[in-house]
Design a protein around this ligand. Structure first.
Ligand code: FES
Ligand code: FE2
Length: 347
């Protein structure tokens, strides 16, 4: 069960070319390709005749020819050629999905095309600002339900145990967490005062000694997270105070696209307010983030397996407050989308 009326990341822009590329999103088979004008099109990846994936066919200009018997579809999904038939059968059509390119990513709308509003794509603060560096991330497939990833992103406490060599320090273990629930999603945040910087961040900080550190994890429906990390010299941090001139800020953007109920494709990139043009630092960030996310992947896959095969009830802890709010919120949105009348009566 997924929220359909939402934008999901389908691919990095460089992954889509004039070759037909099949992918699976929310359990639906989709074929992506670039049209002659360079824009991206997305069609249902199954010919209506014998369901051969259209990705096994040929791109002819902006049209896709099935590789089995030549039914040909335009990029709106209409059949424009049916070899050997006196006329084009009315059922010969495939679904076309709205797509948008933004932030180096290809976004796809999986629900009612009439509701696709590009302004609903997650905004990326400071995008295009030369004072901010970007490390274009990557993606990885995690063999778990996407809600285990959103659980993980709303649970900073795991940092102390899963990421001991990267993001974590002992200060991460007990700092209290502020949880905010909004119609768009859930945010958890905390300040950790006067502690040594975590190994991942230490080389990038423009000051030495201990730091005050803010972690803020905002996870938006359906499954998109903006993680803000702020480091300032110890004694200068805390809620409501203006940022110290030497503040290091990193915004990490994380976009989870369910492949199906058991697999998630996780896309990410980071923005930073230091050394914006330094390619070496961008590369260092990319490598460090990849290594840290690989640590999450191992845990999340094992958790998915453990929860799917549990022999006894699992336990929820205080640290699950944010994740459980998020799960309740997304479940409500999915229920309202699937049976809008019932949801209205229930309210
Ligand atoms: S399977 Fe596509 S035309 Fe027959
Ligand atoms: Fe993590």
């Amino acid at each position: 069960m997924f929220l359909k009326n939402a934008w999901y990341v389908a691919a990095w822009d460089h992954e889509v070319s004039c070759a037909l590329t099949g992918t699976t999103i929310l359990g639906e088979e989709v074929v992506l390709f670039r049209k002659t004008d360079g824009t991206v099109a997305a069609l249902e990846n199954a010919c209506p005749h014998r369901k051969l994936p259209l990705s096994m066919g040929r791109l002819k200009g902006d049209d896709v020819e099935c590789g089995y018997h030549g039914l040909t579809f335009d990029c709106a999904g209409a059949c424009i050629k049916a070899p050997g038939a006196a006329r084009i059968p009315p059922a010969a059509k495939v679904r076309a999905y709205p797509v948008e390119e933004r932030y180096g990513l290809v976004w796809i709308w999986m629900g009612d095309a009439a509701k696709a509003d590009p302004s609903a794509i997650v905004p990326v603060a400071n995008w295009g600002d030369p004072a901010w560096g970007v490390n274009r991330g990557e993606s990885m497939v995690v063999e778990c339900n996407y809600l285990y990833v959103t659980d993980n992103l709303l649970d900073p406490s795991h940092v102390a145990w899963v990421h001991q060599t990267s993001f974590g320090t002992a200060a991460c273990e007990d700092a209290p967490l502020e949880t905010t629930v909004e119609p768009t999603g859930v945010t958890v945040a905390r300040w950790m005062m006067d502690s040594p910087p975590a190994p991942f961040y230490a080389p990038f900080l423009p000051f030495s000694g201990n730091c005050d550190r803010k972690q803020q994890y905002e996870v938006r429906y359906p499954a998109q997270a903006i993680i803000k990390a702020i480091f300032v010299p110890a004694g200068t941090g805390g809620e409501g105070r203006s940022l110290h001139g030497d503040a290091f800020v990193m915004d990490s953007y994380n976009f989870m696209t369910p492949i199906d109920e058991n697999r998630t494709r996780y896309f990410w990139f980071q923005m930073r307010n230091v050394a914006p043009a330094d390619e070496k630092i961008s590369e260092q960030f990319a490598v460090s983030v990849r290594d840290a996310f690989a640590e999450d992947r191992v845990i999340l896959q094992a958790v998915h397996w453990g929860m799917a095969n549990k022999r006894s009830p699992n336990l929820d802890l205080h640290i699950d407050k944010g994740p459980l709010h998020f799960r309740r919120g997304i479940a409500k949105l999915i229920a309202a989308e699937q049976a809008p009348e019932v949801a209205l009566v229930a309210e």
